[in-house]
Write a protein that binds this ligand. Sequence first.
Ligand code: SF4
Length: 228
Amino acid sequence: MDPFSISDVYLGANNMRCININPLPENYCSFDCIFCPLGRTKVKTEERFYFEETKRFLVEVEKVIKKERIEYVFIDPDGEALANSEILDIIRLLKDNNIVVKLLCNGYLVNREGYIDVLNECDEIIGELMVTTEEKFQKILRPLEGYTLEEHISNMASFNKQYSGKFILDITLLKDISDSDIDIEKLKEYIDIIKPDEFFLETPRGKFEKALGVSEKKINELRKRLSK
Ligand code: SF4
């Protein structure tokens, strides 16, 4: 999506009127994944930033949700939505208008003080998981210094323990990196620890598909195995 953008209206589950919004000017993220569809992370950070454009964005979002009678908003950022210091104002605007709010984040910061309360205001949170070993976590996700896979898992688990909304785990399967039998057993373990309300599997498409994409057939097989 474009910076600070609002998608066209679409019909989601139960025919709800939905939009996606991107509350970031460019890719601010604590990871710099090799398969990121946005390219290299522009600002690798776990800090919050004040973006002047957010004021105008709030006005635009309010106009659209009222005019289009929006019932569901997916905060689908180009990066980490928590990097916008005014994200709570955006979420509250939506909640004040009785909108169901889903937010996608990479899952590392969910348990940090200052972020937990923000995320608890959302009805649904998506956290991400892409690899099953520490070595691959460092090599493939290129996170901020000091980050570990163990902490990534435990942050999501601790957050979900106190979260009353729906926690969804987004698992990215990477060819020859996180799609082996051993990976599937590890992913099962991690699902048991995080205890998401649901999980889904995806794989890189587009320019990364050839190098890292897993076939639909294999994804379906692995989904069955992970669901057992
Ligand atoms: S976590 Fe998402 S936004 Fe951040 S670098 Fe990885 S793929 Fe890109």
